[in-house]
Design a protein around this ligand. Sequence first.
Ligand SMILES: Cc1cc2nc3c(=O)[nH]c(=O)nc-3n(C[C@H](O)[C@H](O)[C@H](O)COP(=O)(O)OP(=O)(O)OC[C@H]3O[C@@H](n4cnc5c(N)ncnc54)[C@H](O)[C@@H]3O)c2cc1C
Length: 399
Amino acid sequence: MPETTRTQVVIVGAGPAGLMISQMLANRGVDSVAIDIRSREEIENTHRAGILEAQAVQMLDDEKVSDRYRTEGYEHEGTDIRVNGVSNRINFKELVGATVWLYPQTDVFIDLANARERDGGDVRFGVSDVKVLDEYSDTPGVSFVDADGNQQEVRGDFLVGSDGSRSICRFLIPEEGRHQYFREYPFAWFGIMCEAPMSYDELIYATSAKGFALISQRTESVQRMYLQCNPSDDMHSWSEDQLWSEFQARLEGPDGFQLKTGPIFERTLLPFRSFVQEPMQHGRIVLAGDAAHTVPPTGARGLNLALSDARALATRLAEAAKANDVSKLDGYQEAALKRIWRAQNFSYWMTTMLHSLPDENPYDYKRRLGELEMVLGHKSGRTHLAEAYSGWPNEEDGL
Ligand SMILES: Cc1cc2nc3c(=O)[nH]c(=O)nc-3n(C[C@H](O)[C@H](O)[C@H](O)COP(=O)(O)OP(=O)(O)OC[C@H]3O[C@@H](n4cnc5c(N)ncnc54)[C@H](O)[C@@H]3O)c2cc1C
């Protein structure tokens, strides 16, 4: 017989969305159990997003997660869009009075996992054989094998599917009412982590006839960078010298910019996809984060959206759980989806504006430069970009 636990909210997936929801529920007096198929160490060591909008870091403060970002993160007042070697700084602070924070997803996760542990939260990492039970009943739940090999069952009044882009929970929304909107892109990012000093103190989004490159950072001595590539390119076999000369070629310009390089210790291929599933709720089942939507990383929206879903959901879910009343969830998906589709548009726009398509002809290339000039050369264009990148005000989306 499995060991059985009764809680108010079962959370499948303990990434940023799941843990933030768990933390916010606890702060509102509601119990939850979160489970994750990966170990805590594995999640802590998976490098993903790096940029948090100010409203996302504010959640770390407001929900008493941690203020470590203030000492270990870096506040950026702008970003650089470099077109054929010419820098165009977008000054967020000046244009829209906002900043963003370079604070890696790994640290957000560590802060959330520590906060749940500190506050006595029930989070089970490293589980296997997860099955959702009775999803359309009044007591949905999960069965799984815990990290020690024991069979477990957890039942709640509500179930949150925050199980990422390979979600099993999204398929709990009945097929007849389920819509999946999907786009794939004919390119990918080849990401590296390296031991090197920072080359610049803000992110550089570089586009040139040779393709796109992103220069990002992690710490004073560890840097994150990406090169646009063909998804079928075998860039894992490229030598470090080849990779560095490709990066440098995409950044080369009249200002003589020189990338600071160092030993590469991680290489990853990141395919580009846009995806939204609607609806995000069916009865007592709700979806949040990548389980319901993914964006290509240009524009740094993925992690921010996962946290804004948590913001849209948690208070409603806490009310629903306290009253055991599904109708208290009303308004969640309307608020979340408004922002999700804006972010879909922004990520798509940034992606297509900054990357060369494999079949880009001279007309397409010139048109793209015209678009970049229209955005970067005018205050209205720069303001539009700054507003979206630094995060729209919560009030606009009813969050
Ligand atoms: C390589 C990579 C690089 C990225 N870079 C950026 C970036 O630069 N900027 C940006 O904004 N975004 C980026 N993203 C996207 C960003 O990381 C995600 O949007 C963010 O992680 C979403 O958080 P989440 O909690 O919804 O999902 P996740 O972080 O994916 O968390 C979901 C969790 O659910 C668990 N899980 C999965 N299936 C099950 C199951 N059946 N049962 C239990 N648990 C399960 C997983 O182990 C995982 O821990 C990147 C993503 C990847 C993959």
